[in-house]
Design a protein around this ligand. Structure first.
Ligand SMILES: Cc1ncc(C[n+]2csc(CCOP(=O)(O)OP(=O)(O)O)c2C)c(N)n1
Length: 509
């Protein structure tokens, strides 16, 4: 190492690891120039004059400051008003914040069956040279929660709340800076449930009651009959209802849904508006699917369509008929959406939206998932982004240990290949689920790209109600049997449940 380089390294606050800090400050400056200190702001303004585009790559920023550093280290010290030690610490904090954004999901408490607490070395402040003694020191937060400075302990608790709570988000693998910034701002800008009024909370309770109610009714009245119950994944119903309602904001006219067996009857009744009486007659074996043909096991392969009122509009919702072959409906739905969009003409990506609902085992296991994802951004087949919802009940028939089911960390990892953001959300926290649902639709409608909601839940009963899951999964089912339902777990007032149930089902039937 040359003497000059050594001197530079020893004396400059802008050398090496501090580059991350400067980049972070610059990012902050780009969003709100007033939010950075005057001396930094002046430098960034100077820097921008030498560049033509506003959203420039960050390497020139680092280079420019390296030049400044070598030309006058004393001037820099004067400019920043920090000691070398404090700048190093600030840089460490910036790196810690970034690592929470990128890897916090690995420590998220988003599994309703409990999380095995893993230690992730680079989420530990010690890893960056920060210690207990720094916890009360004030540091710049970048854009975190809109607060300029916080003690380190509050920065860490805020990061844990956003990135390691009931939502674990994978988005830092995305190359596009605008997309990354959009997701970061949504995640860090408000908390799940923060802005929910009583009306929306009541709506959530109604959705969960409806989801639970139909399963309980069928369970009691058609004992031992296959229905591929949704129980444990109840939040699928508020997800779909919210996607449909909110699509009105984007003037959506049609939504095409593809899904397999799990929860299909629930979706038919609670989302598509199929008559419960019709479903019950299919269970009794008296319904004719076509003249002279009794339904048999056709009921969980049936399609349906109806018109549903949305926020300020009406949308035509179609549930595609599906065969037994898992996931094979995906390209069919995409083709159907593409044809509908073509019919509406140019710029109709938001006019018709595809929603694909997957099982966790099937999403990881079926090649057709990858094949369909691969077409997502091609010119001839793109449909303006698909909203994927994985009913991740953590079991595929009898295979529940992920290491026996796949070689990836998450069942959704195949979606990383197209840089889709993935929200791993605790299916027992309806407000967190609502938060990611709204974000998913807004993301899809803003960027016209695929997005994944990984609804981490459980399967309360066997694969199809005719089997006993505890035979092969005794430990898992001990936990599940001790869990109250999502409606009960969520902290909503339970007073009017009976009345709600009565209104929703018994009257309709
Ligand atoms: C292509 C294909 N392979 C296998 C099956 C048999 N099968 C039906 S359901 C199922 C388990 C699916 O598990 P998962 O995708 O997690 O959905 P879940 O039933 O747990 O909701 C299997 C293997 C099938 N129907 N189609």
């Amino acid at each position: 190492m040359s003497n000059l380089l050594k001197l530079f390294q020893d004396t400059s606050a802008f050398y090496g690891s501090n580059a991350v800090y400067i980049e972070d400050l610059y990012e902050q400056f780009l969003e709100n120039p007033e939010s950075v200190e005057t001396s930094w702001r002046d430098h960034f303004i100077e820097l921008q004059k030498t560049l033509t585009k506003r959203d420039i790559p960050h390497s020139p920023v680092v280079e420019r400051f390296a030049q400044l550093a070598s030309s006058s280290t004393s001037r820099i010290a004067e400019l920043q008003g920090f000691t070398e030690e404090s700048v190093k610490k600030q840089s460490a904090v910036a790196r810690l914040i970034n690592h929470y954004r990128a890897h916090g999901h690995q420590m998220a408490s988003n599994n309703p069956l409990g999380t095995i607490q893993k230690k992730i070395p680079d989420l530990d402040p010690n890893y960056y040279g920060l210690s207990e003694l720094d916890l009360d020191t004030l540091f710049d937060t970048g854009t975190l929660y809109g607060v300029d400075r916080l003690p380190l302990k509050d920065i860490i608790s805020t990061l844990k709340e956003i990135y390691c709570g009931n939502i674990g988000t994978e988005y830092m693998h995305i190359f596009d800076t605008d997309i990354k910034r959009w997701i970061k701002n949504r995640l860090e800008g408000s908390k799940p449930g923060e802005n929910l009024d009583t009306q929306k909370r009541t709506w959530l309770l109604q959705q969960l009651t409806a989801a639970e109610g139909i399963e309980k009714y069928l369970h009691r009245n058609f004992v031992g009959q296959k229905r591929f119950s949704l129980e444990g994944g109840d939040c699928l119903i508020p997800i779909l209802d919210e996607l449909i309602q909110r699509s009105g904001r984007y003037k959506t006219k049609e939504i095409v849904i593809g899904m397999a067996h799990r929860g299909r009857l629930n979706v038919l009744i609670n989302i598509l508006g199929k008559s419960p009486a019709q479903l019950f007659s299919e269970f009794k074996g008296t319904a004719e699917t076509s003249r002279g043909v009794i339904s048999g096991d056709v009921k969980y392969h049936m399609g349906f369509s109806s018109n549903v009122e949305t926020e300020g509009s009406v949308a035509h919702i179609t549930l595609a008929f599906n065969p037994s072959h898992l996931e094979i409906i995906n390209p069919v739905v995409e083709g159907s959406v593409k044809a509908r969009q073509d019919r509406y003409g140019k710029n109709s990506a938001n006019t018709v939206i595809p929603i694909l609902i997957h099982g966790d085992a099937a999403f990881a296991g079926q090649g057709i998932v990858m094949e369909t994802l691969n077409m997502a951004q091609t010119r001839a087949f793109a449909t303006g982004g698909t909203i994927h919802v994985v009913i991740n009940n953590q079991i595929g028939f009898t295979t529940s240990n992920p290491f026996d089911a796949r070689s990836t960390l998450y069942c959704t990892d195949v979606a990383n290949m197209i840089q889709a953001p993935v929200f791993h959300v605790n299916g027992n926290d309806p407000e967190a689920v609502l938060f990611v649902t709204q974000m998913a639709l807004d993301y899809r409608s803003t960027f016209n790209k695929d997005v994944v909601i990984d609804l981490i839940c459980y399967r309360r009963r066997g694969h199809n109600e005719a089997d006993e899951p505890a035979t092969t999964q005794p430990m898992m089912y001990k936990k599940i049997n001790a869990l109250p339902t999502t409606r009960v777990t969520s902290h909503y007032p339970q007073a009017n449940i009976k009345k709600l149930l009565y209104n929703i089902f018994y009257e309709l039937a």
